[in-house]
Design a protein around this ligand. Structure first.
Ligand code: GDP
Ligand code: MN
Length: 404
């Protein structure tokens, strides 16, 4: 097949392109707001970014409050990023302390101030896309809370898994079945079903790849009456669907992305950082993976996956090279372009342009084949690059140069 056809050009040009393959994570406060819109009871709190504002929020809410770091990683509780405060002084102190934390490499910039809940027990409730069953699967467990990963590992039978029919979603009877299956007492079945169906509705409405409430807590009020409430929320949106969710796109946290990921998203380049030391720039996802395999075959390993996409113009190639070279691990760069709609001369010009902007300190191996390859190679002649005719030759050279 002609390389320009590989990977379905019809789709490339008629559907919005994936940028970072995957996802946009929403913060807890954003996720809970969306769950709340779908009927899940959630605490009414305030998201703030200073200790003083935290105190004001606590005055409005009433004490005690829980102070929760808003960073896009799990396990904040165990990292000291979730604290209950009983006095305003405590709020100020603990909010300041949490705002000074860095959790799993992410600096805490915002905290959520929620009314503290009197938690009696914690349920796990989540929906993910299960690739094996090609469906959304709901998971629930009475052993919720901070150790759900541990439960999944050591006692998977404690997690109930229910695939959702794409046409039926989560009907009431099924939601109740789940309540029964996790051993909830009868008086909570209706509440649980409403929450599970609300979560399923939120999952569908936002084109999520993950929607999770952990803990879904049994919370006691002043009189000891117990109700279910979503105390934590996590929502991950499929990036391919962002074009129809401008409201969610507006909630994207720019701090979530590394500078490289941001540039990749904005320029429409598929880019994923990896652990190796050979930077790869390729057009087409399949060819990019094949290139990485060939690098591996010759004893090297790629520092990234990068698909510049079909018809990449010079400026995009320049961005791609900048992305690759921003990684200090990179010891050699391998450029493998199979020119179809992408023209080799355009790519060559992009490489030359990029080399004017970014200082290239590592050797670069280039293999250009296909449309306008002669012109492309002529443009590159002056640039002190290592040319190669086949992918095998190119990969071998890149591996040798990276090791040298
Ligand atoms: P995660 O560790 O990132 O998942 O953060 P969570 O929001 O799930 O909070 C971690 C733990 O803090 C929960 O499992 C609860 O045990 C506890 N927690 C969260 N909110 C409250 C609250 O309002 N009151 C109390 N007492 N504990 C809370
Ligand atoms: Mn949690």
């Amino acid at each position: 097949m002609a390389p320009g056809r590989a990977g379905g050009h019809l789709f490339r040009h008629t559907l919005p392109r994936a940028t970072i393959p995957g996802k946009m994570k929403l913060h807890e406060y954003q996720s809970k707001r969306i769950f709340g819109q779908h009927g899940v009871p959630v605490p009414q709190g305030y998201c703030v970014d200073t200790a003083e504002e935290a105190v004001h929020a606590a005055e409005k809410i009433g004490l005690p409050v829980v102070i929760k770091s808003q960073v896009l990683v799990g396990g904040r509780g165990k990292a000291g990023g979730v604290k209950v405060a009983k006095t305003l002084d405590e709020v100020r102190e603990k909010a300041a302390a949490i705002l000074a934390l860095t959790i799993k490499g992410l600096p805490v910039r915002k905290v959520l101030i929620d009314p503290a809940a009197d938690i009696r027990s914690e349920i796990y409730l989540g929906i993910v896309i299960d690739r094996a069953s090609r469906r959304a699967v709901l998971m629930a467990s009475a052993a919720g809370g901070m150790d759900i990963e541990e439960v999944a590992h050591t006692a998977p039978e404690k997690i109930v898994r229910v695939p959702l029919d794409p046409f039926l979603g989560l009907p009431e009877y099924l939601a109740r079945d789940i309540a029964v299956a996790i051993g909830l007492p009868r008086e909570y079945w209706a509440q649980f079903a409403a929450i599970a169906r609300g979560l399923a509705a939120a999952f569908l409405a936002t084109d999520a790849s993950l929607a999770e409430i952990n803990p879904l807590a049994m919370v006691a009020d002043k009189d000891g009456k117990i109700t279910l409430m979503g105390l934590d929320g996590k929502l991950v949106i499929d990036d391919n669907a962002m074009f129809r969710h401008p409201d969610l796109e507006a909630q994207r946290d720019p701090d979530e992305e590394t500078a490289a990921e941001k540039e990749a998203r904005e320029t429409g380049i598929n880019f994923i950082s990896l652990d190796g030391d050979i930077g790869c720039m390729v057009n087409g996802a399949g060819l990019a993976m094949a290139t990485m395999d060939v690098v591996r075959f010759f004893g090297g390993s790629a520092s990234n996956f990068l698909d510049v996409g079909g018809g990449a113009k010079a400026d995009k190639v320049a961005s791609a090279l900048r992305l690759i070279l921003a990684d200090p691990k990179v010891k050699a760069v391998l450029i493998n372009i199979f020119g179809g709609i992408t023209r080799c001369d355009e790519v060559a010009r992009g490489i030359i342009e990029a080399m004017k902007i970014v200082e290239v300190k590592v050797p670069m191996v280039v293999r250009l084949v296909g449309t306008n390859q002669e012109e492309g190679n002529r443009i590159l002649e002056s640039a002190h690059l290592h040319a190669a005719n086949t992918l095998g030759e190119a990969a071998q050279k890149a591996v040798a140069l990276a090791k040298a």
